[in-house]
Design a protein around this ligand. Structure first.
Ligand code: HEM
Length: 135
């Protein structure tokens, strides 16, 4: 069976307790029958009603059981259009770019330590020389 495709605008039209859709990892779920049963309460589901709930869902660290419940609530695939909000949870490869940034700033820090250390050593050396010249 071909999966239904919904746009972000379609999803945001279902944002009430009696009609509650949400997007998790680009898949659209109808959480309406689960609102009253959610162990985390209805409030948190209403907060993300009609929106991308990927970050909220993953932050909690939901169990496999929770993910099985999700499968039963599946509506279809999200069809992203330009300008749609992008979920904050990204593929792990984005962290590698930030770690390379850390490596660069570490390199600059090391360079500064060598420069300052060198300058201090030179100042000490010239000071000792001047002391010896006085004797
Ligand atoms: C339709 C989507 C969701 C389903 C099917 C679902 C299902 C569940 C289930 C089965 C649990 C029990 C613990 C577990 O098995 O992990 C749970 C707990 C919880 N959920 Fe969700 N959840 C959904 C969305 C969300 C969202 C969007 C939030 C937003 C923050 C949320 C927040 C929580 C919290 C805070 C708990 C912990 C409750 C506690 O231990 O006292 N859930 N959820």
């Amino acid at each position: 069976m071909a999966e239904k495709e919904l746009t972000y605008a379609d999803v945001s039209a279902h944002a009430t307790k009696k009609d509650l859709y949400m997007v998790i990892h680009d898949v659209v779920y109808n959480a309406t029958p689960f609102v009253d049963e959610h162990p985390g309460g209805e409030e948190v589901l209403l907060d993300v009603a009609g929106q991308d709930a990927t970050e909220a869902f993953e932050d909690v660290g939901h169990s496999d059981e929770a993910r099985e419940i999700l499968e039963g609530l599946l509506v279809g695939q999200l069809k992203r259009s330009p300008g749609d909000p992008v979920p904050k949870v990204q593929a792990p490869n984005t962290s590698s770019s930030s770690s390379s940034g850390d490596a660069t700033s570490f390199g600059i820090g090391l360079y500064a330590v060598i420069l300052i250390g060198g300058a201090a050593a030179y100042a000490g050396y010239t000071y000792l020389q001047s002391q010896q010249a006085k004797q």
